[in-house]
Design a protein around this ligand. Structure first.
Ligand SMILES: Nc1ncnc2c1ncn2[C@@H]1O[C@H](COP(=O)(O)OP(=O)(O)OP(=O)(O)O)[C@@H](O)[C@H]1O
Length: 232
């Protein structure tokens, strides 16, 4: 279970305070796919960052697979990120001087129980491009590599911040399909931030944020394969 109770996060810059998360509470089951929707500035990235231990809440409780992350000090948070969490961003964040294989190797090296690099590259359809550099790849291929780098750690939770934001519809749907396949094969809990309302159709759970608060959460009884989502 992934559980948030009365989570508060306020950013201060100078005199100005921004309430990024205001008393957010919800539960999501393990091994599910969730989509997080909401307007710009509604707190989606902040939510992902506090769940992933990149940032810490000011108040409230965050529990991920029986671990009370919100009580962790820096060292425990680093361990937690290493062992349980994979991050995927819109901008891929690959190391430009390393090949595809080497980028994935980096993910493998920081894990205690990594999957095999070639297995993961094969799974994301990038094994034949193992020796290419990021600038020799399309956007979709770069995102596949970034997914492989996150996946090789064998994370329990994959946190994806606008993973298809820089991709066209066809490539984006293939990436979403890959996330669905990973969820099924490895039982990974997947959270996907998006502005694309249509993604709700492929998720088990849909979390809607509004002005730093939870607007609604609902269970989708019949998620569709990614290729059937309406691209908005
Ligand atoms: N490091 C920070 N310092 C100051 N304010 C911040 C910081 N990070 C986020 N905020 C503010 O917190 C609020 C929530 O931001 P957040 O990035 O979580 O929203 P979002 O829903 O992900 O937006 P977007 O869809 O535009 O990415 C915004 O008002 C934002 O300006």
């Amino acid at each position: 279970m992934l559980s948030l109770k009365n989570v508060v996060k306020t950013y201060k810059s100078g005199e100005v305070e921004v309430a990024a998360l205001k008393n957010v509470s919800f539960d999501l089951p393990e091994k599910s796919i969730s989509v997080i929707l909401g307007p710009s500035g509604s707190g989606k990235s902040t939510l992902l960052n506090v769940i992933g231990g990149i940032d810490r809440p000011d108040h409230g409780m965050i529990k991920v697979m029986e671990r009370e992350v919100s009580s962790y000090k820096e060292k425990e948070l680093t361990e937690y990120r290493r062992e349980l969490i994979g991050f995927i961003f819109q901008s891929y964040n690959l190391i430009s001087t390393l090949t595809v294989g080497e980028n994935v190797e980096v993910g493998s090296e920081i894990s205690r129980d990594p999957l095999k690099v070639d297995e993961v590259l094969d799974r994301v359809g990038m094994l034949d491009k193992k020796h290419k550099f990021p600038h020799q790849l399309s956007g979709g291929e770069q995102q596949r590599t970034a997914i492989a780098r996150a996946l090789v750690k064998n994370p329990k939770v994959l946190l994806c911040d606008e993973p298809t934001g820089a991709l066209d519809e066809d490539t984006g749907k293939k990436i979403l399909r890959l996330l669905q396949e990973i969820n099924k094969r490895y039982g990974t809990t997947v959270l996907i931030i998006t502005h694309n309302q249509g993604f709700a159709e492929m998720a088990d759970w849909v979390v809607k944020m509004k002005s730093g608060g939870l607007d609604s959460i609902f269970h989708n009884e019949a998620p569709v394969p990614a290729e059937q989502v309406k691209w908005g």
